[in-house]
Design a binder for this molecule. Structure first.
Ligand SMILES: [Zn+2]
Length: 149
């Protein structure tokens, strides 16, 4: 699974970690970026935001057609399945790298992370995962397909 491991520290306290992950016959560069969360009164729970490929790009179901919710219950069902697969793909990539990344970067234990549509904002514009135990970090997991040569 691991082909490349690279840990870098950048100015401003941002920590970076990159690893190449194989999924099926495709390779992805997965970069983990950690930054201290700003604390006002209490230290917030650690959040993990994952930017992953679409399900159809990694062997999952095709993206359903856009219809108005309620117009076509069968298509609504397909969208629920698709959204569920999106979360599953995010979690797969996060699980593949997070433990090693956090260890390498010295970021405190995350424990179990659970998905929340409102992880980053109460309006739902930035879904992500919220750590059960870890506190004080914002973590971004960016997944990029490595072009086949
Ligand atoms: Zn928002």
């Amino acid at each position: 699974m691991t082909l490349k491991l690279e840990v870098t520290k950048r100015a401003g306290g941002t920590l970076n970690y990159a690893e190449r992950v194989q999924a099926g016959d495709q390779y992805f560069d997965v970069t983990v970026t950690c930054r201290r969360a700003s604390a006002s009164r209490s230290i917030p729970k650690t959040r993990v935001y994952v930017h992953a490929p679409n399900p159809e790009d990694v062997g999952g179901m095709a993206k359903p057609e856009y219809t108005t919710r309620g117009d076509d219950p069968e298509n609504d069902k397909r969208w629920r399945q698709y959204n569920w697969q999106e979360i599953k793909v995010m979690r797969l990539f996060a699980d593949a790298v997070l433990e090693d990344a956090c260890k390498a970067l010295g970021v405190t234990e995350l424990g179990v992370i659970h998905f929340s549509r409102k992880a980053g904002c109460s309006c739902g514009c930035s879904p992500g995962f919220v750590a059960r135990k870890g506190r004080g970090w914002n973590v971004w997991v960016d997944v990029e397909l490595v072009e086949k040569k």
